[in-house]
Design a binder for this molecule. Sequence first.
Ligand SMILES: O=c1ccn([C@@H]2O[C@H](COP(=O)(O)OP(=O)(O)O[C@H]3O[C@H](CO)[C@@H](O)[C@H](O)[C@H]3O)[C@@H](O)[C@H]2O)c(=O)[nH]1
Ligand SMILES: [Mn+2]
Length: 731
Amino acid sequence: MRNQKKKKAPTLHSFNEDPFIPLNRLHILLCATAIAAVLHRHLFSILSSPTPISSSLLLLSDLLLSFMWAVTQSFRWRPIRRREHPETLALAVPDPLLPNLDVFICTADPSKEPPICVASAALSALAFDYPSDKLSVFISDDGCSDLTLFAFMEAARFARHWLPFSKEMRILERCPETFFNSTDDPRSDEIKLLYQRMKKKIESVMEKGQVSDDLFISEEDRATFKKWKNFTRSNHPAVVQVLLQSSRDMDIMGNPLPNLVYVSREKSSTSFHHFKAGALNALLRVSGVMSNAPVILTLDCDMHCNDPNAPRRAMCYFLDPELSPKLAYVQFPQRFPGVNKNDIYGGEIKRLYQINPRGMDGLKGPNYVGTGCFHSRRSFYGPPSSPPSLLNDLNEQTSDTPLSSEAILRKAHEVASCEYEDGTKWGSTIGMRYGSMSEDYHTGYRLHCEGWESVFCDPERPAFFCKIPITLNDVLSQNKRWCLGVLEVFFSRHSPMIFGVRKVSFLMGLCYSYDGFWTSWCIPILIYGLLPQLALTNQIPLFPKVSDPWFYLYAYLFLSAYCQDLIDFLASKGTFNRWWSDQRMWLIRGITSYLFGAAQFALKQIGIPAPGFNVTSKIMPDEVSKRYEDGIFEFGIVSPFFISLGTVAIVNLISFIIGMVNAVRKERGFDEMFVQLFLSAFVVVNSWPIYEAMFLRKDGGRIPRRVTGISILLAGILYSISYFLYTDSRI
Ligand SMILES: O=c1ccn([C@@H]2O[C@H](COP(=O)(O)OP(=O)(O)O[C@H]3O[C@H](CO)[C@@H](O)[C@H](O)[C@H]3O)[C@@H](O)[C@H]2O)c(=O)[nH]1
Ligand SMILES: [Mn+2]
């Protein structure tokens, strides 16, 4: 009997708990006591306050800050760090036993998302270190652009050279654009030439805005483009085009190539298309008909794979028999090699993409962030307990029917049509979930609610690189869209605060509440950014004096929050300067994206529609890119965001100056007004780039005069109002 001892499965992955967990928990206790004390004081002093409105607003801010602090602790409760062991996988699972993999890449607008970049993203996925006959790449083109299709036809041709080359040379950088930019190895000269020729061809087509007749190599191609008559992005039939077919197409060395399929789902002005979520659902169905791989990787067009081994890393989790029955997805972090030295717009968003996911990983798993994520197809079709047969509702074909067979293509067009989803559960309990502009947050959350779990996979070598917006207005608009999206979930009947805390787990519910209620930062940031300053100019003290022991409690809370944030940031390989930018962006977002996002959400509730998915532009004029490289803020246009920023910056500058003059003149003036002076000084220091852009800069990225003018006017109005409101309490 002894010999029958159960053979231990090889370890495909392992994890460590964060060594600081006990210390963190102790700190939670300490902070909670301090916060309780401050709130207690507030409640009691409000009754006797000479400025009851100001005191109530500050109480409201502190309540919200406390709430956000409390929910944040769920991320600190049990952070873990995972490691996967692809070398064990290689021994345990031979290549022929690896599951098939479908890669989805979304694009929506060739003028904002250059087709050559989208094609490069696809090439980097086609060149994965994964058996080619098990790999399919599907492109969703929501712009239904013949230019994009043309780029992909070219990319399919180039793939025949690129795949064997990159595998033979064992290069890690399999996105051709980045590879050729970083190498001068003479062995790559020949293929570089091919690449450049392709790039030129695609770019010239982009310039002309059409695919001219002389560019077609075959009659078949010509016939394909002939279809493009009167197609507009919001009105056209479904297009499904097989560009590479594994069972038919070989690379130049005679090895099979992966499948590559171009899909543009049908659009009609009479049916709502649900933006990216709708596009991904169409791909789920089309791929279900064609390859039906059990594992799916979702990518955005503004990224590329930086590690050809990424799929095998993900498989370390999917092929673990203990984990896999409940494993919905394996999320890789988004990394941004393009951020400038000090990351002036806080583009890394470390808390969202690196720090918080590690915290959730120790509970039930990270949230889904839209890209760089491997999903189990099964998870899109029902809870982990549902029978797997459900999955095959689409897939009737046997695995050896060629993709481009007429029957399959007919079915593929059918499932990519507008009406297909009518009266079905797509978007509610099947596929990517609708109803939120942040389909990623919503879908990940709902999967967790169904009982699924997820894993955060953050290997040493970043697996996926993404592009970031590089103008302030783009960053803020993107953030505003996210705010609107998460609020739509937070105030739905599936709110993480009410539904999530019960359905997933208490702590996971809090994690999702943190993201969902993100926007609420706008209230304390706005109040703390204006009220103490206006009071300061009117000589109204709102906080304890330095000589009052309560002062130290405020100081402790401020310093501990900032220090902890800094430590978290440095511990995830950040630098001090980048942290500074990050906290500054938090303040900036507070009075722009969060504020406008919340306002837009409120308007939507009373029937005023919010704008759709504003696709972030991935190309910029050289001048703008250069300024970004140099770390100079980009304003340049008249945007409501900048008016809001300008107003707060000016109020703080004036308050600080007047406050200082008064403090110097008055005996014990500093003692009384220290907190308010400090707050305005803090905002002034943070607003430095704004003053520069208003008054010193001459370049095209400066703040337009009109914005400065309106900001000064608004600041003046705020002063006048505060002057009247404080008339009775002035000393
Ligand atoms: O109607 C649409 C709109 C967008 N997209 C695609 O969605 C992706 C993301 O769009 P982008 O403009 O780059 O938005 P970002 O704000 O940069 O994207 C972040 O935020 C989105 C949610 O708001 C997530 O879906 C993304 O994965 C995440 O990277 C791109 O590939 C687009 O082509 C579509 O396919 N159809
Ligand atoms: Mn993007």
